[in-house]
Design a protein around this ligand. Structure first.
Ligand SMILES: Cc1ncc(COP(=O)(O)O)c(C=O)c1O
Length: 448
């Protein structure tokens, strides 16, 4: 297949799936690649362009998962590719923890300017989301001299030991890995569709979840003056694309302020324009003490960042560092990514996200198997249920729908126990959304 071939606007499936080349690749993969990878459906990718990806057998798919919310500017955006090529030709690495180079500092300055709130910030660069979370936890302990961390059920923060210890999304992610990092407690995160504290209105559930921390955790389990940080996703990602009520983040901010606790906001999945604003927590008008970013920040190159108030990030030289963090090629990609996101993609995400939610809401009205649509911008979740009366979770149907959409050329992913996430590149237009929704609708009709 010549690389100059025009990229189609819709999926084009020409072979059985997987096709012969993908089958061979999967056989090779089975022999050499770690068995811990989940591999939902048999997609292999050979080329990507905008919101479309092509497999080695020539089939074209419409990508509504963007490499798990990473390819924010679309696959191989020409400006990102150019910046990467230019930086790669200049130099590839010089360990930013030991020496200086311009684009790492420029990126830190840019992140300071773009970060929520007015307090000046400093940045620590790593290579991934989990590293950013790991470092954020270390920083909170260092800055407060306290040990305890509070995070939330359904939260996902990564796979390294610290990040895994605060994660409480799926037990398979923790099974056989104990003992965990100590001094972590989990609390309830409001979820209006399935409220833990009974059938409360969203804001009342938010208040009940705050009250649980204040009146149960602090009084019975962890004294508030031993708590270093509360770590929270502004919208839960892996846990089901759960959008909290308006009083949740401001309530946590207040709780932290009252008790000298660091508020760490994990924007690894929700940040960099994904929700229609640069950071999801801007919807709630709060300023975190420490914020984490990764995934979409460099359009697919590995980069993670801890962005912290500069009076918090004052740890001493040598106490935290990493060889590859802030790699100059990743920084070059991130600078262009932020330009593109700030100058158009973020607004597009808000607009197209609304269109996607409207279209999916039409389906929710028509189908007894769809519970609710929730999300912000192009971070959209859809709850798959057995019926509207029971609201029982239907994981089997969710998995089937994801697989069948793949067979029709639409790439989506599950999240939570029974939800589907739509997290396309931020470059999608209304026609792409309509195509994706019509494929999903057809698959739903055929299978429910
Ligand atoms: C909110 C959040 N934090 C942290 C992580 C971990 O990021 P990574 O997979 O880059 O280590 C993820 C990954 O999905 C995430 O969604």
């Amino acid at each position: 297949m010549p690389e100059t071939q025009t990229v189609p606007k819709r999926p084009e499936i020409m072979t059985e799936l997987p096709g012969p080349k993908v089958k061979a690749l999967i056989e090779q993969d089975k022999q050499y690649i770690s068995t811990s990878y989940t591999r939902g459906y048999p997609l292999a990718i050979h080329r990507g362009d905008g919101a479309m990806v092509q497999d080695p057998d020539g089939n074209w798919f419409m990508d509504f998962c963007a490499g798990i919310a990473v390819c924010s500017t679309g696959h191989s955006h020409p400006q990102v590719v150019k910046a990467i090529q230019e930086q790669a030709a200049q130099f590839l690495h010089m360990s930013g923890t030991d020496f200086y180079y311009q684009n790492m500092v420029d990126l830190a300055q840019r992140l300071d300017e773009l970060s929520p709130g007015n307090t000046p910030k400093r940045v620590f660069f790593g290579n991934s989301g989990t590293e950013a979370v790991e470092g954020a936890l270390k920083l909170a302990r260092y800055a407060t001299g306290r040990s305890q961390i509070i995070s939330f059920y359904r939260s996902f923060h990564g796979r390294t030991y610290g990040a895994m210890s605060v994660t409480a999304s799926k037990s398979v992610q923790r099974k056989h890995f104990a003992p965990f990092v100590p001094s972590v407690s989990h609390a309830h995160y409001p979820f209006s569709y399935r409220p833990f504290f009974g059938n409360l209105k969203p804001e009342d559930e938010g208040a009940a979840c705050l009250d649980f921390i204040n009146n149960y955790l602090f009084k019975m389990v962890v004294p508030s003056d031993e708590v270093a940080a509360i770590l929270v996703e502004p919208i839960q990602g892996e846990g089901g694309y759960v959008v909290p009520p308006k009083n949740w983040l401001p309530g946590l901010r207040e709780l932290c302020d009252q008790n000298g606790i660091m508020l760490i906001v994990d924007e690894v999945q929700s940040g960099v324009g994904r929700t229609g604003k640069m950071w999801a927590c801007e919807y709630d008008g709060i300023e975190p003490d420490i914020m984490t970013s990764a995934k979409g920040i460099a359009s697919g190159l590995p980069l993670g960042a801890i962005i912290a108030k500069n009076n918090v990030m004052t740890w001493e030289p040598g106490c935290h560092a990493t060889t590859f963090g802030g790699n100059p090629v990743s920084c070059a990609a991130a600078l262009v990514t932020l330009d593109l996101v700030e100058n158009g993609l973020m607004q597009n995400s808000a607009q197209q996200g609304q269109h996607l939610m409207n279209r999916l809401n039409e389906l929710v009205q028509k189908s007894d198997r769809l519970g609710e649509v929730r999300g912000r911008g192009l971070m959209v979740g859809l709850e798959i249920i057995q019926s509207k009366t029971s609201k029982a979770k239907d994981k089997a149907l969710r998995d089937l729908l994801v697989d069948k959409c793949f067979e029709k050329g639409l790439l989506i992913l599950g999240c939570g126990e029974n939800s589907i996430r739509f997290s396309p590149p931020l470059v999608v237009d209304a026609e792409d959304i309509d195509t994706a929704v019509s494929i999903f609708e057809a698959v739903l009709k055929e299978n429910s």
